[in-house]
Design a protein around this ligand. Structure first.
Ligand code: OAD
Length: 231
């Protein structure tokens, strides 16, 4: 039973209308990372940070999964072994497409986190500054997303999966953010076959056994069909 581990990034949701970070006109061309995606930025100006994530939460709630998300669900349901999806995305489009056990290593827009007591709850569509935590009452709610300088979630679990992967696929990610960018090396050391599916070659493309270029809505369903035919 071969295990497949799939890492996804913003590129898989691009055709659902959600902007990527580093493509031309992407989120990081419009906002400074230091202002909206760091603990210091939140401490300096929580209103700016909440506004940024509120807008993204509303957008993500309106977005629909595209054929790339759906194809991964099809793979999960039909592959004879385990298919693990690890996503850097904070949208819920894998779940909206019916995928299960999605590992959100960068957290999720759907969640709120209390910086005082670590309690987690379902975020309202709009989070406000000073919003009280339902557990401790502290006015210290933040989006449950991972910021630069913070440790991504579930790393032990992810490395366990990578150590047992027969196939590792990286879909729609520029390969510029660690530790996700190094997963291909972990998978290679475990003896996995590695494939990148991206619009353009990522910065780590040369580390993969195979690179498939094109829009995810086309390349992912084709790749899934081929895998299932050969299984
Ligand atoms: P990036 O914006 O860095 O990269 C998106 C990648 O998707 C690029 O390599 C594009 O070529 C590719 N792409 C764009 N449209 C595509 C399409 N239709 N089909 C296939 N590929 C497409 O986004 P990520 O790599 O996800 O972290 O960024 C990683 C992390 O950096 C994010 O999780 C976020 C960001 O800063 C945090 O905020 C902590």
């Amino acid at each position: 039973m071969e295990k497949i581990v799939i890492l996804t990034g913003a590129g898989i949701s691009a055709e659902s209308g959600l902007g990527t970070f580093r493509d031309e006109g992407g989120l990081w061309a419009q906002h400074r990372i230091e202002d909206v995606a760091t603990p210091d930025g939140f401490a300096r100006n929580p209103a700016v940070v909440q506004k940024f994530y509120n807008a993204r939460r509303v957008q993500a709630a309106q977005a629909q999964p595209n054929p790339a998300h759906t194809a991964l669900t099809h793979l999960q349901r039909n592959w004879p072994g385990e298919v693990i999806i690890v996503t850097q995305n904070v949208d819920g489009l894998h779940e909206a497409a019916g995928s299960e056990n999605v590992i959100h290593m960068h957290g999720t827009l759907a969640g709120a986190l209390c910086t005082t007591c670590d309690h987690r709850w379902v975020a309202p569509p709009e989070m406000s500054v000073g919003e009280p935590c339902p557990a401790c009452g502290g006015p210290t709610a933040r989006p449950d997303v991972v910021w630069f300088g913070e440790m991504p979630y579930f790393m032990d679990l992810i490395y366990d999966h990578l150590a047992n992967a027969a196939i590792f696929a990286s879909i729609g990610t520029s390969g510029q953010v660690y530790p996700a960018a190094a997963f291909v090396h972990e998978a290679t050391m475990s003896g996995a076959r590695t494939v990148e599916l991206n619009l353009d070659p990522s910065s780590g493309a040369s580390s993969f056994d195979q690179v498939i270029l094109g829009p995810a809505s086309e390349t992912v369903p084709r790749w899934v069909q081929k895998l299932l035919r050969e299984s």
